[in-house]
Design a protein around this ligand. Structure first.
Ligand code: TXA
Ligand code: MG
Length: 363
């Protein structure tokens, strides 16, 4: 068993297993201690603006291999690398196009991962053998300080057990990975709440492989020609997707999730309330994810994700709600959906994945 350190600036407000070693430190000391552990091949989870990442030095092959083992991650699913300065990109990428440079200048630090042709001397464990490497600069002071302290880019998938919703709080990471990794830096709640947008560049053209907070609309406003990887439109699981992560069932809670779609929110609410009652009568523990704070169906766990008018709130609260449903052993989760268009695409992409195709249209 691995002794896991929890670095925090204050006493944690959540329950911590007795095996976890709590160290109260300022950020500078935390990052020095964590970087030392990572230089020696350790794994440290840290907050970014999107979700918590499970970090390994890109220079440490054994640490990179351990990331896959600890998460139970399929070997063919590559890792995103994280830099703290644009200059660091050339340590990983063999080529930086003008479009890539313009995107970095405009959107970094921020939730945009860009694929670059990978240099020969970068470990192929990071890229899962592919010829491109995904790079982003996270917009979180602790993440940037940790990369600086390490003096090398950090490879980091989301810091969850493979298949579970990504962690957006330090205790989510501990729930999944305590006693398996060297440490967790508590950086508070992640602002964005869902993973970064992943894009591929083909000449002047941007292809979105995974939707995120930086939307197709944002990239078009910036002046680029943008399209979505075709499978994003169809929710089919491709056998050979360009972002291998897309073929795995992700973000899934333990309970079965059903999405309710339709033009009339009131009708959706009536349907959810009715369904919740029927399921409760059958003995199921029921949860509901709603977008109207006045709608209070009689369920075991009720989550107001935010107003339908605010995709940022919906994104921020989704994984917290899904993980709380798991904590409360909820069997059936009923969730209101939105049309999968515009800036709601990222939220709905994650909700669809959590639902594994269970969608009911209310008319
Ligand atoms: O916001 C995020 O991106 C978070 C934080 C920690 O930065 N990281 C994250 O990593 O979500 P992960 O491993 O959970 O998801 C990475 C996604 C996967 O779908 C993977 O297939 C894709 O990015 N990806 C990474 N490298 C790639 C590559 N070289 N080519 C194609 N897809 C790649
Ligand atoms: Mg992940």
């Amino acid at each position: 068993m691995q002794q896991t350190v929890l670095w925090t600036t204050d006493l944690p407000m959540y329950e911590v297993k007795t095996s976890v070693h709590v160290r109260i430190r300022d950020t500078v000391t935390t990052c020095q201690e964590a970087a030392q552990i990572m230089q020696a091949g350790g794994l440290v989870a840290f907050a970014t603006e999107t979700v918590y990442g499970l970090g390994a030095s890109v220079l440490h092959e054994e640490a990179l291999k351990k990331v896959f083992l600890v998460k139970g991650r399929p070997q063919d699913n590559p890792l995103i690398t994280h830099v703290s300065q644009i200059d660091q990109v050339i340590q990983l990428a063999s080529e930086v196009s003008d479009l890539a440079r313009a995107l970095m200048n405009r959107f970094w630090p921020g939730p945009l991962s860009i694929l670059f042709p990978v240099r020969d001397d970068v470990s192929r464990i990071v890229t899962a053998g592919l010829d491109h490497v995904a790079i982003r600069m996270p917009n979180h002071p602790q993440a940037l300080a940790l990369i600086d302290a390490l003096g090398a880019p950090i490879a980091a998938p989301s810091a969850n057990q493979s298949g579970k919703p990504s962690p957006t709080l330090a205790h989510h990471v501990l729930d999944d990975l305590a006693d398996k990794i060297d440490g967790v830096i508590d950086g508070g709640a992640c602002d964005v709440g869902i993973e970064s947008t992943v894009i591929e560049l083909q000449g002047d053209h941007i292809i979105i492989l995974r939707p995120g907070r930086i939307s197709a609309e944002d990239l078009r406003e910036f002046g680029a020609e943008v399209s979505l990887d075709p499978f994003l439109e169809h929710h089919e699981i491709p056998s050979k997707p360009r972002a291998p992560g897309q073929k795995y069932r992700h973000y899934a809670p333990q309970g079965q999730l059903t999405i309710y779609l339709g033009d009339d929110s009131q009708k959706i609410e009536e349907r959810i309330a009715k369904e919740a009652q029927a399921l409760a009568q059958q003995g199921f523990k029921v949860g509901a994810l709603v977008m109207n704070s006045d709608f209070t169906p009689n369920v075991d766990a009720l989550f107001y994700l935010g107003s339908l008018a605010s995709f940022t709130e919906l994104e921020k609260n989704l994984y917290v709600a899904l993980r709380s449903c798991d904590d409360r052993h909820i069997d059936r989760i009923l969730a209101q959906g939105t049309p999968e268009v515009g800036r709601y695409r990222a939220f709905m992409n994650r909700l669809y994945k959590a639902a594994g195709g269970n969608v009911i249209t209310v008319s």
